[in-house]
Design a protein around this ligand. Structure first.
Ligand SMILES: NC(=O)c1ccc[n+]([C@@H]2O[C@H](COP(=O)([O-])OP(=O)(O)OC[C@H]3O[C@@H](n4cnc5c(N)ncnc54)[C@H](OP(=O)(O)O)[C@@H]3O)[C@@H](O)[C@H]2O)c1
Length: 276
């Protein structure tokens, strides 16, 4: 089915016609999907639960009249990248949102076997890196595209009971900032979206398990996360959702982080010669 009268032709021409969204079956991923479809993009929805994906796909087709395909896939398993490659084959992909990335293990480092943590590093580091290489290559070839990395304020430093999660989110943040610098001149936008506590089904499960009320901490809505992620895609490298626009805190200020990446990249000219 062809997309019906896109509400955002400018976004569509820059990041269309297809978007791939990982972790699309609920929460922020589902919201990214709904909002990208509202802009007129066709969608490839990726997550493990096929029934949830099918339900969302039906809803999106009915509401927005775009094409939607679903891919039921565990991103921490070997072969995940091959399945992603196959899913985008022959489709004019312009946007990728890496959203699946929550702490699927949880707790202290030594309280879970290494193999459990390895499933997290496989999805949040290994697969992420391979997928960025593959999709960025395609986007550079066509001269345009966008990559949204749904990160966390946990990327900003280590935290007890979040060792591997903060480590992988820190990796993602540094990768995103570096790719922003390298890919921007080649027509590709990269955005790290560092979010704090957000009302997702996954977070609700964690609160329920620990018998905590939902208002234990202030929560951002998933819809707001997706709205800001799509709106700020061209304003990378890093947006920390909770930071004030005029903040000059070097950890969270979008401006100061951007200036650091620019400065540090220029400094490297002293070692490798001019980059551009
Ligand atoms: N919620 C928060 O408070 C919060 C705070 C900071 C950052 N974040 C970030 O926001 C993003 C979304 O978080 P979330 O709370 O919704 O939790 P999440 O565990 O990342 O779940 C999000 C989606 O990812 C899918 N998913 C998880 N593991 C997968 C895997 N191995 N393969 C394929 N799909 C997988 C889930 O669907 P299936 O179960 O169907 O696969 C779900 O649709 C994550 O990157 C997280 O780090 C969230």
């Amino acid at each position: 089915m062809a997309a019906a009268s896109p509400s955002d032709p400018e976004f569509l021409s820059r990041y269309g016609r297809w978007a791939l969204i990982s972790g699309a079956s609920e929460g922020t991923g589902a919201e990214f999907s709904l909002q990208a479809a509202a802009k007129g993009l066709n969608l490839i929805l990726v997550a493990r639960r096929a029934d949830k994906l099918a339900e969302l796909a039906d809803r999106i087709r009915a509401t927005h009249g775009v094409d939607v395909v679903t891919v039921s896939l565990d991103l921490s398993q070997p072969g995940a990248m091959a399945a992603l490659r196959e899913a985008v084959e022959g489709r004019d992909l312009g946007l990728v949102v890496f959203n699946a990335g929550g702490d699927s293990v949880g707790g202290r480092f030594l309280d879970s076997p290494y193999e459990a943590w390895q499933s997290l590093t496989r999805r949040n580091v290994d697969l992420l890196t391979e997928a960025c290489h593959f999709f960025a290559t395609r986007f550079v070839t066509r001269g345009r595209g966008g990559i949204v990395l749904v990160g966390s304020e946990a990327a900003l430093g280590g935290t007890g009971r979040l060792a591997i999660y903060t480590a992988t989110k820190g990796y993602m943040c540094n990768l995103g900032e570096s790719l922003w610098k390298e890919l921007k001149p080649r027509g590709v936008d990269v955005l790290n979206l560092l979010i704090g506590a957000t009302d997702t089904p996954k977070l609700r499960t964690v609160f329920a398990k620990n018998k905590l009320p939902l208002d234990a901490v202030p929560l951002t809505t998933s819809a707001e996360v997706a709205r800001i992620g799509l709106a700020k895609l061209g304003q990378g490298p890093t947006v920390v959702l909770s930071a004030a626009e005029d903040s000059d805190n070097p950890l969270v200020s979008a401006r100061v982080r951007r200036e650091r990446v620019e400065w540090q990249s220029r400094f490297l000219d002293n070692f490798y010669g001019p980059s551009e």
